[in-house]
Design a protein around this ligand. Sequence first.
Ligand code: CA2
Length: 144
Amino acid sequence: MSDLVYVLNGPNLNLLGTREPTIYGSTTLGAINGMLASRAGELGLRVQCHQSNHEGVLVDWIHEAHGKAARAILLNAGAYTHTSVALLDAIKAVTVPVIEVHLSNPHTREPFRHTSYIGQAARGTISGFGARSYLLALEAAAGL
Ligand code: CA2
């Protein structure tokens, strides 16, 4: 099985660590990606990390991960989690397992965050553990 894990982050997550630290923590996305690369090495995996504020670009990376026969995709689709049928369709269209990741626990927040399109096709979801959510998701990917 492939050792390649795609890590995809959606809109506004490039701002991590610089705004709203009480909700999203003070760790930057660059630092999270660094921690993931380091842990991936220990697990015999490698990560390819991307962030975009554009829905279609995220769709393209899901297709790309499939084309490269990646082992898994860790996906924090940000607010697109709650709106994007395009991302749901992309996840359904590929065979790569998608692990949905959130820093916060959307179920404890506003009602509009309680629905996840991603979760309807994801292998599983890890949310509410801040930056550690990504590391837990990577562990899950290692066990697939
Ligand atoms: O908890 C998560 O990881 C979310 O996916 C974050 C999204 C939110 O829309 C989801 O409901 C839950 C928002 C990401 C915004 O990221 C920011 C980072 C720093 C400052 C402001 C926004």
